[in-house]
Ligand binder design. Structure first.
Ligand SMILES: C[S@@+](CC[C@H](N)C(=O)[O-])C[C@H]1O[C@@H](n2cnc3c(N)ncnc32)[C@H](O)[C@@H]1O
Length: 348
């Protein structure tokens, strides 16, 4: 997408006055060349294509409070928005280690952070195996740990990744495209009862049985097709359906969330991270976990409470801090975020 340096960008041709497709948004995809375009999109309460706006950044910085010289582990590097701020706070002498399952986005992030003069050592791996990352870095523990769960805006917005339904794309949904079954493959091999269970367990979907029956009949392979199945199961006509409130959730959001969680084994990975968390923090180390739905909230609250009861954590904040109204207004993707924090005991 990016133009070679020095060569004037050639205007893409698209129908109408504004680019609609992700790949036509070349000004947003190249913020170094068009910074004013990204700012314009942000001012409209939208996320520029190819970027991710870090959520509850001020609250996370305040709770992790990295000091110069400290080591920060960002378990969900994504676009590196949080990592960028944490790396600045830990300078001089400190450093950020980043983990992400998504090799494609990680390569772009490492390049972006390097252009800012920030060295972040990135590991393409699952945060469930964070002990191996520490071993590879020669560390016994870290001073700060962040996990910003779920998907990034880049993953959500790129049609070919299959996480979203704004544009049609293959039903992939793998954060790591080098392994595992796609959502289409899982749906093709599952019976209606199994699919309904996924939708109920991971999406609280009230029309789970009707959607599962329709999925088994159609075996959808595309995101648009699945979103239309969901709309019909809710008694809505896909040709007429328009969200009346731009900030409200689409009826298909719960189903896409549930499938994404199954494809990426998100619940199991989160449990593994939470089990390891008290042991990878240095004495007095701080952790911040950003959740996006009630299933994640319950898992985090339960695990941190148990670790505190066992004396592994000295302090926890389990209320689940919500973003400010101003942040939700500026970035509607923050609306369901809740922040949980913990501090490791000084000695065990
Ligand atoms: C919400 S985004 C993080 C955004 C990031 N904080 C920023 O400021 O740009 C979540 C990221 O976590 C990654 N991720 C999700 N589950 C993971 C796992 N089990 N192991 C490693 N990375 C994971 C996703 O690929 C995605 O890039």
């Amino acid at each position: 997408m990016n133009q070679p340096p020095g060569k004037p960008p050639r205007r893409k041709r698209y129908a109408g006055t504004h680019p609609r497709r992700f790949h036509e948004r070349y000004k947003e995809l190249d913020p170094a060349r068009y910074p004013e375009q990204a700012a314009k999109v942000r001012a409209q309460g939208r996320t520029p294509a190819g970027a991710h706006v870090p959520i509850m950044l001020a609250e996370i910085l305040a709770s992790l409070a990295p000091r110069s010289g400290e080591v920060v582990l960002d378990c969900t590097l994504g676009h590196g928005g949080h990592a960028e701020a944490l790396a600045r706070a830990a300078a001089p002498g400190g450093r950020v280690i980043g983990i992400d399952l998504d090799a494609e986005e990680q390569a772009r992030t490492v390049q972006r952070l390097a252009q800012l003069g920030l060295a972040v050592s990135a590991h393409h791996t699952n945060f469930a195996g964070l002990g191996n990352v520490l071993k590879a870095e020669g560390l016994a523990g870290v001073d700060c740990l962040l996990a910003d769960l779920g998907v990034s805006s880049m993953q959500l917005d790129r049609p070919e990744r299959g996480f979203g339904f704004k544009h049609d794309g293959p039903l992939d949904m793998r954060m790591d495209r080098s392994r595992g079954k796609t959502a289409a493959e899982l749906l093709a091999g599952a019976d209606a009862q199994t699919i309904a269970g996924w939708l109920r367990d991971y999406g609280d979907e009230p029309r789970a049985d009707a959607i599962a029956d329709a999925v088994v009949r159609a075996r959808p392979e595309g995101t648009r097709e699945l979103a239309e199945i969901v709309l019909r199961a809710h008694g809505l006509d896909p040709r007429r359906f328009r969200k009346t409130n731009a900030r409200a959730k689409h009826p298909a959001a719960r189903v896409f969330q549930a499938l994404r969680m199954v494809v990426n084994r998100e619940a199991e990975n989160l449990d593994a991270l939470l089990r390891a968390l008290p042991y990878v923090l240095n004495p007095g180390g701080r952790a911040a976990i950003l959740t996006f739905h009630s299933g994640e909230e319950t898992r985090v609250r339960r695990a941190l409470e148990a670790a505190q009861a066992a004396g592994l954590l000295a302090h926890t904040d389990l209320a689940g801090l919500a973003p400010s109204r101003a942040e939700v207004h500026d970035n509607p993707r923050a609306r369901s975020a809740r922040l949980f924090t913990a501090t490791r005991s000084a000695a065990m």
